[in-house]
Design a protein around this ligand. Structure first.
Ligand SMILES: Nc1ncnc2c1ncn2[C@@H]1O[C@H](COP(=O)(O)OP(=O)(O)O)[C@@H](O)[C@H]1O
Ligand SMILES: [Mg+2]
Length: 326
């Protein structure tokens, strides 16, 4: 029996802006279990970041609104209704950065340019634990070492501008795991890095997950990134989960036309074959779309696909797909 950690139940959410209303999340059904690794993939604008940010209420309100469904965080057996908690209340503040942490593509979005690495880490650790200054310093240096930061004592005294991109990413990881979170969201953590550093950071994230025994949600637009990193994959398209399964099911027996197209668009290193880009593009977020979110880009779309949203159906071995033709 796997223990549930974070659960999205039929979540729908919108942004209300001067340009109109977006249907950013639609019927999101997703359960993250203790210690599991999950990949969330899909092109830019499909709701991957919003889904993760919703878990710790990092979204602009009141323009962002959950219109139906529930998000539940299971805190040591006690369910926390994430949508109903106060956005800056005590409860969510004690979860954010402590029990659920997040790392981003751009380390500068979570690191301060005007404080040393050490003072930022110490601050965070002291906020969430009862360590004193000395203990927090020792712990911070230990976490930097865990994130394979060389000369951790020196880096502790550094400012972010003194570090390379890859090193900043390591520092952000050290900070994110410093309170031993039960869940780490890594949102496009390697998109801005060159290929060699990318591989190093991914292997670091994988090692850290195993050492800390935490759940990992790795978010990326690049299916190739998650292939060797996660046990299960959710494929997002236009705010819907269109397919869900084990990494093996998704990569080797894809059922949704969008997943198939994503796989075909992965560049292969060892062949001359050019990658096949996915036909068309993700529609404008303010467009009102009826039927299947993917029908405009799908070769198999029928009348029914244009009229009705396909249900999310569980097929064999937990493999789920949202397609009338699959
Ligand atoms: N601050 C915001 N204001 C208005 N709309 C937003 C905002 N943030 C995200 N969105 C909308 O939500 C959609 C999904 O965004 P996001 O989750 O960031 O996509 P992804 O991470 O998959 O690239 C976008 O298409 C955008 O229209
Ligand atoms: Mg994103």
């Amino acid at each position: 029996m796997r223990n549930k950690l974070l659960e999205y139940k039929n979540v729908a959410a919108q942004f209300h802006t001067i340009e109109g209303v977006t249907n950013t999340l639609n019927d999101i059904d997703l359960t993250i279990y203790e210690g599991m690794s999950l990949g969330i993939v899909g092109e830019s604008g499909c709701g991957k970041s919003v889904t993760s940010r919703l878990a710790i209420r990092l979204l602009p309100e009141p323009s962002f609104r959950v219109t139906s469904g529930e998000v539940t965080y299971h805190r040591n057996g006690t369910p926390v209704n994430v949508v109903k908690t106060k956005r800056n209340g005590k409860e969510i503040n004690s979860i954010r950065g402590k029990e659920i942490s997040m790392i981003f593509q751009e380390p500068m979005s979570s690191l301060s340019p005007i404080h040393t690495i050490g003072s930022q880490m110490r601050e965070l650790i002291m906020q969430h634990t009862d360590m004193n200054k000395e203990e927090a310093k020792e712990h911070a240096i230990h976490m930097l070492e865990r994130a394979r930061v060389p000369r951790a004592h020196d880096v502790y005294e550094d400012y972010t501008f003194q570090l390379s991109g890859g090193m900043r990413q390591r520092v952000m990881i050290a900070m994110a795991i410093s309170c031993h979170p039960r869940l780490l969201f890594a949102d496009e953590p390697t998109t801005a890095l060159d290929v060699t550093v990318q591989a190093q950071i991914l292997s670091l994230i994988k090692d850290v997950q195993a050492e800390q025994n935490m759940a990992l949600v790795l978010i990326t637009h690049d299916l190739a990134v998650v292939a060797n990193m996660v046990e299960e994959i959710a494929v997002f398209y236009l705010g819907y989960i269109v397919e869900y399964g084990s990494t093996d099911q998704i990569l080797n027996e894809p059922k949704h036309p969008y997943t198939k197209a994503l796989i075909e668009s992965i560049p292969t290193l060892h062949t001359e074959e050019a990658l096949k880009p996915i036909k068309g593009s993700v529609p404008d977020p303010y467009a009102k779309i009826t039927g299947c979110p993917f029908w405009m880009r799908c070769d198999k779309a029928s009348e029914k696909c244009r009229a009705e949203v396909p249900p999310f159906v569980t097929q064999e071995n937990g493999h789920k797909v949202r397609c009338f033709e699959a």
